[in-house]
Design a protein around this ligand. Structure first.
Ligand code: SF4
Ligand code: SF4
Length: 178
């Protein structure tokens, strides 16, 4: 059984938003909402400023508070640990959006909670998520974290990386290569 994850190389991400647009079109994301977005964060004090650039989305946490909080089982772990929402079971109570520390969920106009799915429909066909495919600098990598031969496994072995809000103990599977 795979354990899917994603890396975003902060040295390669140029915040061009190609990932954001590809995701919107691939997943028919409603107007005004987004399943992924880019961030530019300044670090340090002038004149020693550095800018961190990255593409963010649901972290598909291994210890996902959205899943444990959901009273109907609508939020669940699918194959490879991908965190999904079943629109048919979702009652729109938003308990999951409060439980998630990352603000990655939105209410779909059809009345259910929606978010990044790692393009599970593409993954099931052996393809990469749309954002990974279109990134012009190759900043995004998707794959099986447990496969020692996978690119993502090799990257995480070779490079330093971080996750967002590690103190929340959610065990994110979206890693930022620094
Ligand atoms: Fe759930 Fe939020 Fe983690 Fe995504 S980032 S799995 S919505 S807790
Ligand atoms: Fe579960 Fe839907 Fe309520 Fe979120 S809004 S906790 S997915 S039933």
């Amino acid at each position: 059984m795979a354990r899917y994850g994603m890396t975003c190389d902060e040295k390669l991400c140029v915040t061009c938003n190609a990932c954001v647009l590809a995701c919107k079109s691939e997943n028919k994301v409603p107007e005004g909402e987004a399943r992924c977005w880019t961030v530019q964060e300044e670090r340090g004090v002038f004149p020693l400023l550095t800018v961190e650039t990255r593409s963010e989305r649901c972290n598909h946490c291994e210890n996902a508070p959205c899943v444990s909080a959901c009273p109907t089982g609508a939020s669940y772990y699918a194959e490879g640990g991908i965190v999904l929402v079943d629109p048919n079971k979702c009652v729109g109570c938003k308990v999951c959006t409060i439980a998630c520390p990352y603000e990655v969920r939105y209410m779909h106009p059809d009345g259910y909670i929606d978010k990044c799915t790692f393009c599970v429909h593409r993954v099931r066909e052996g393809k990469d998520p749309a954002c990974v495919t279109v990134c012009p600098t190759g900043a995004l990598t998707f794959g099986d974290l447990d496969d020692p031969n996978s690119e993502i496994h090799q990257q995480l072995k070779r490079r330093t990386s971080k996750v967002l809000k590690p103190e929340e103990d959610t065990r994110p599977r979206l890693f930022f290569l620094t």
